[in-house]
Design a protein around this ligand. Structure first.
Ligand SMILES: [Fe+2]
Ligand SMILES: [Fe+2]
Length: 333
């Protein structure tokens, strides 16, 4: 189990001190852009992590501390309000099948620059950085969507459980996607056992996982959660094939690319189950939720575009996409 990260601003500082039981929680202030702010997104990630694997230096009881929950709510409100302001469901919902409307959302996303970079020219060091960014989600892959299971019923629920069963290895822990990702990290010379390198991950990267946790942990956001999962599955096959191609270009064999190869295969099925049986049936059962499903899809595409864009932009400048150089990172772990 990882330890608490270092604070990087007033929000993460007051939360981390409080979780160490060495200070009162001060209400968070305002930030220029809650969608990308390094300090806000780290504080939110830490607050959510109490509902997942937690931290070795935080008491389990603090998961439901009313002070921590109300602090988290204040962060979530800032994040969600900014998303609702910036991310538009345009064009609005129509009468076409949900899968077609979701395809439009995917098509409206930014260019696949990161995927193409990974396939064609990424170096080993860039693959390592890429895996470190992605470890914030993939080391607990599928967990944020599991919160949705008790919040829905009938056909959408059965579809979600079908997807999640695969994500969790279909009864075989060696095939759990989070385990396959940990194996990938080892092949890249990284240590998955220390958890994601939170000290090095920018707010743009943490925001993607925080968005999913927020959708998963609020029953009122169940439509948004289903839309995000559908887009997640619909944008998996081609990128994962490209990531695998990039690894093969660098000389890695099929043991190293298993995580990517498995997603090319599994998500060809998950895509249809998530878009039609989960999101489509949810909209058919309750048409008033259609807009929420599309908002969740748009919000994930927009948040992921920002995160991926920031990584490629840093590399183009010849800089690291992490907040710390990897040498510093290795020395601190
Ligand atoms: Fe997966
Ligand atoms: Fe999947």
């Amino acid at each position: 189990m990882p330890a608490l990260p270092r604070a990087r601003g007033p929000m993460s500082e007051t939360l981390i001190r409080h979780l160490r039981r060495s200070g009162e929680l001060r209400p968070p202030g305002e930030v220029a852009d809650p969608r990308t702010d390094d300090d806000l997104q780290l504080a939110l990630y830490v607050a959510y992590e109490l509902h997942y694997g937690g931290f070795v230096d935080v008491a389990d009881e603090l998961e439901w501390s009313p002070e921590v929950i109300s602090f988290r709510r204040a962060l979530e409100e800032r994040f969600e309000q900014r998303l609702r302001r910036d991310v538009r469901v345009e064009p609005g919902p129509d009468d076409r099948p949900m899968v077609d409307q979701l395809r439009d959302v995917v098509r409206g996303g930014g260019p696949p620059t990161l995927q193409q970079h990974m396939a064609r020219q990424a170096t080993l060091a860039e693959f390592q950085e890429f895996a470190l960014h992605r470890s914030a989600y993939h080391l607990k892959e599928a967990d944020p969507f599991t919160w949705l299971i008790p919040r829905i019923a009938g056909r959408p629920k059965a579809a979600l459980v079908e997807i999640q069963a695969d994500e969790y290895g279909g009864g075989n822990p060696a095939w759990m996607h989070s385990r396959l990702f940990a194996d990938l990290m080892r092949h890249l010379g990284l240590d998955p056992d220390v958890g994601p390198p939170l000290d090095a991950l920018p707010g743009t990267t943490l925001a993607v996982v925080n968005l999913l946790s927020m959708f998963g942990l609020h029953r009122r956001l169940r439509g948004e959660c289903a839309g995000a999962l559908a887009v997640f599955e619909m944008t998996s096959c081609i990128p994962n094939r490209r990531y695998g191609d990039g690894m093969r270009r660098l000389g890695f064999d099929e043991r190293a690319t298993r995580f990517f190869d498995e997603h090319v295969e599994a998500d060809a099925v998950h895509e249809a189950v998530a878009a039609t049986d989960l999101a489509g049936s949810l909209a058919a059962d309750d048409p008033s939720r259609t807009e929420a499903i599309l908002f969740g899809a748009h919000a994930l595409v927009a948040t992921d575009d920002v995160a991926s864009g920031a990584i490629v932009e840093a590399w183009r400048r010849g800089a690291t996409s992490l907040l710390m150089a990897s040498a510093e990172l290795a020395a601190s772990s």
